[in-house]
Design a protein around this ligand. Structure first.
Ligand code: HEC
Length: 246
């Protein structure tokens, strides 16, 4: 029994890695802090500049972001909306669905709920793990999303990476145990700046997945305060009722 338990526990990390999909590349941790408005604002700007051209957020409106993140609507109009859309509209683009499926082999999916679907850590690692692979249409592949149809749109910021496949031999059989990514050319950001930018972008995607989380955290605190005060009154009331019995 004990042995079985140990075997099961030993399996957990490999299961976690397998769940990432694609190669067995370990996931890095995304820093999620929904209280960090500045980070969320930077993430929103990155999203509209680098992602919205292909990916829509059909279930999220510009003015919801404006309200929640404390961005004046004027600034949203100037900096986050490129077409002739209004602030009350959803974050959509004009990319024809059928055509885009032809261009990329797959239609770029809506990203409103992507953080809940894939997990912030997966997206964070995904965005950092594009590497050069000349055999692919766009010249890149991805360490957590094998044969991905998305081009490396952040290359100007990150630069390029090469991949080295690490194999281990188990019982004479070679299995892929990891992918080592190495910077090849530099982008406009240092690796630290790029990491921070990706934290911001994933933070924004996490917020969009459940915008009411910001509010419910605040309400939750008040509910606890209310319950504490309420408890005092209930206690006094109980004492009052039972006074004659004791
Ligand atoms: C030039 C078009 C294009 C741009 C710009 C683009 N993507 Fe993509 N993206 C795609 C396509 C196409 C896919 C589908 C890939 C596939 O399924 O093989 C995809 C897939 C993804 C996925 C994986 C979705 C899944 O299947 O789970 C994520 C996450 C993602 N993109 C995030 C982003 C983010 C964040 C940005 C902005 C930094 C971005 N994309 C910019 C085209 C694009």
């Amino acid at each position: 029994m004990k042995k079985l338990l140990i075997a099961l526990v030993a399996l957990i990390p490999s299961l976690a890695i397998a769940a990432g999909g694609g190669y067995s590349h370990p996931l890095e941790k995304a820093k999620i802090d929904l209280e960090d408005k500045a980070s969320l604002q930077r993430g929103a700007a990155l999203f509209t500049n680098y992602c919205l051209g292909c990916h829509q957020m059909q279930f999220h409106r510009y003015n919801r972001s404006a309200q929640d993140l404390g961005i004046p609507e004027e600034l949203v109009k100037e900096n986050l909306i490129f077409g002739d859309q209004k602030v009350g509209e959803q974050m959509t683009n004009a990319m024809p669905a059928k055509e885009s499926a032809k261009w990329f082999g797959k239609q770029p999916p809506d990203l409103t709920l992507i953080a809940r679907l894939r997990s912030p850590d997966w997206i964070y690692t995904y965005l950092k793990s594009f590497y050069i692979d000349e055999s692919k249409t766009f010249g890149v592949n991805n360490a957590v999303f094998k044969d991905v149809g998305m081009p490396h749109v952040l290359e100007p910021l990150q630069g390029t990476q090469t991949a080295e496949f690490v194999y281990t031999e188990v019982h004479g059989e070679k299995t892929l145990s990891g992918i080592k990514l190495t910077q090849k050319t530099e982008g406009s950001m240092t690796p630290e700046e790029f990491d921070q930018a990706m934290h911001d972008l994933v933070n924004f995607l996490e917020y969009v997945g459940e915008p009411s989380k910001l509010e419910s955290h605040k309400i939750g605190t008040w509910v606890l305060v209310f319950l504490a005060v309420f408890f005092v009154f209930i206690y006094l009331l109980k004492k009052e009722y039972w006074r004659d019995v004791h």
